[in-house]
Design a protein around this ligand. Structure first.
Ligand code: EPZ
Length: 427
């Protein structure tokens, strides 16, 4: 297994390219299942989860062709063709490794009138149920049965009717699944308390480019008029707001000055507000956003929330940065029940963090000390990288396969702006 070695203390400065958004790519790719025409996605990030999703689409009968991009280019162009589905099943061995596989349920059901998908099971950060996905699909006409760890969904008469559903709590994935199912329904659908994340906007814009009829995009009420078929399209994946936020924290924690090229600062308001509150300079530029820390960082209190609130996917990275801020910061994780696994690893590097249930109290320290640490989940592993960039001495982050799921060519991007970082293979 690979490890990443970092010798901390370097100020980062320069231009760092931001890739296409993982969490947009993983909901745009299954859109190709909704039509027999080709869907071409541009600016697709080179990530393990994107490759994994491509294999799942292949299993369902779709072809996935990566078009000419030079190896040194960031992002890829992928054309996905689903002439016809050769399977309507997402098997356990795929779904258990990548939860986002559940996002084929809605489109396969809409295209084929039936789908059989393994229940994803929990993961490191929480139980991750899919009850809201299922309730929303039932509300627009799906009939569901659970057996042997799978959910089998069917559309009576081969086509969903459409309907109305109000989410009791905001769910990104469940919103994505029901929207992808509703666009081919016989009638109209109204989805209330829908997630408003930029990735949902990207999904809706791509579906509209394919001929879907969706009103209220970007709001918490989506009105969808079902159509008989969708056509192909070419669509560019939005920039990754979480990757951009993560590297903004890298600039802050190293006292650096980075331009995040390609970032869309409009998607990351809660993050930039919190950075400014910590005393970090954040300035939109023609090509993206500049983040610079030329003075000491101050404490910030954060509570994660659905968009436009502070993203739960930024909590671990922001905590790493606050370990080096003066004073005391209080973070509250309201979305997932177990998203503090980075805390004991940061503590091994000298961080002073006390966790009480959903709340973490971070007392700033003058220095962190490099140490061998263990990644446990995607964003936790990024928080350890950030701490390593600021720590005295060497930090060795193990189990970096977590990182490869969500950060394209991380060492390359960080080395290019001055980090002393390399990947070591343990054979
Ligand atoms: C998406 O996960 C993202 N993943 C997550 O990013 C992100 O943390 C999360 O949204 C919240 O923003 C992808 O887009 C691939 P939810 P998702 O449904 O859709 C509960 C990363 O690091 N819930 O919005 O699974 C759930 O347990 C990943 O990139 C139900 O109870 O998140 C959680 O507490 C991690 N029943 C809350 O809702 C359901 O049916 C929000 O989950 C569904 C969810």
């Amino acid at each position: 297994m690979d490890r990443i070695l970092i010798r901390g203390g370097n100020r980062l400065s320069g231009r760092l390219p931001i890739s296409g958004a993982k969490n947009a790519a993983l909901t745009l790719m299954p859109c190709a299942l909704l039509t027999d025409e080709p869907l071409t996605l541009r600016n697709l990030p080179r990530l393990a989860d994107v490759d994994g999703f491509g294999h799942l689409l292949n299993q369902l009968g779709a072809s996935t062709a990566i078009e000419g991009t030079r190896p040194e280019d960031f992002g890829r162009v992928m054309t996905i063709r689903t002439g016809k589905l050769t399977s309507t099943e997402a098997p356990y061995d795929i779904v258990r490794k990548m939860r986002a596989s559940i996002l084929v349920l809605g489109p396969v059901l809409a295209r084929a009138g039936e789908a059989r998908v393994s229940l994803p099971g929990g993961c490191a950060i929480g139980n991750r149920p899919i009850d809201l996905h299922l309730k929303a699909l039932e509300a627009i006409g799906a009939e569901l049965e659970m057996a042997a760890g799978y959910v089998r969904a069917t559309a009576p008469g081969g086509r969903l009717s459409g309907g109305r559903y109000r989410f009791p709590v905001v769910s990104v994935g469940a919103t994505e699944n029901v929207v992808m199912a509703a666009v081919l329904a016989r009638g109209g659908s109204v989805i209330e308390n829908a997630a408003r994340e930029p990735e949902i906007v990207d999904l809706c814009n791509c579906l509209v480019a394919m001929g879907a009829r969706i009103a209220g995009i970007g709001t918490d009420t989506l009105e969808i008029e079902g159509v008989d078929r969708l056509h192909g399209a070419t669509y560019a994946v939005m920039p990754d707001r979480i990757e951009a936020g993560s590297y903004a924290c890298a600039a802050a924690i190293t006292g650096g000055d980075l331009e995040l090229v390609g970032a869309n600062v409009a998607d990351m308001q809660a993050t930039t507000d919190a950075l400014r509150e910590a005393g970090v300079t954040v300035e939109p530029t023609r090509d993206g956003v500049r983040v610079a820390a030329d003075g000491p960082l101050g404490p910030v209190n954060i509570a994660t929330a659905p968009y436009p609130g502070f993203a739960t996917d930024m909590q671990a990275q922001f905590m790493a940065m606050l370990c080096m801020a003066g004073g005391t910061s209080v973070l509250t994780e309201t979305i997932f029940e177990n998203r503090y696994m980075h805390v004991p690893e940061l503590a091994r590097m000298g961080a002073d963090i006390q966790v009480h249930g959903r709340t973490a109290v971070v007392k700033g320290v003058d220095r962190l000390v490099g140490a061998p640490v263990m990644a446990t989940d995607l964003r936790a592993s990024m928080s350890l990288i950030l701490a390593g960039l600021a720590a005295d001495g060497e930090t060795a982050v193990a189990r970096v396969y977590h990182l490869d799921r969500g950060y394209e060519r991380l060492e390359e991007k960080l080395s290019a702006v001055g980090a002393d970082i390399e990947r070591a293979s343990d054979g």
